[in-house]
Design a protein around this ligand. Structure first.
Ligand code: SF4
Length: 61
């Protein structure tokens, strides 16, 4: 699994970081970033964050 964020579209709601903080965090610029790619134990959380992002800018492949 590889996770990425189209950061220019992030509205800084913080949901991804609260859903799966091992993978997502809010960066110094106030936008979400991936700070660690998910290992197998974190894939469900990463997928849930992607599905629930209000502006659908998290991509999982
Ligand atoms: S859930 Fe989406 S909009 Fe909200 S902080 Fe994460 S990437 Fe940004």
């Amino acid at each position: 699994m590889h996770v990425s964020i189209e950061r220019s579209g992030c509205i800084s709601c913080g949901l991804c970081a609260s859903t799966c903080p091992e993978v997502f965090r809010i960066g110094d610029d106030g936008l979400a970033e991936v700070h660690q790619q998910p290992d197998s134990g974190l894939e469900d959380g990463a997928r849930e964050a992607a599905e629930n992002c209000p502006v659908s800018v998290i991509y999982v492949d």
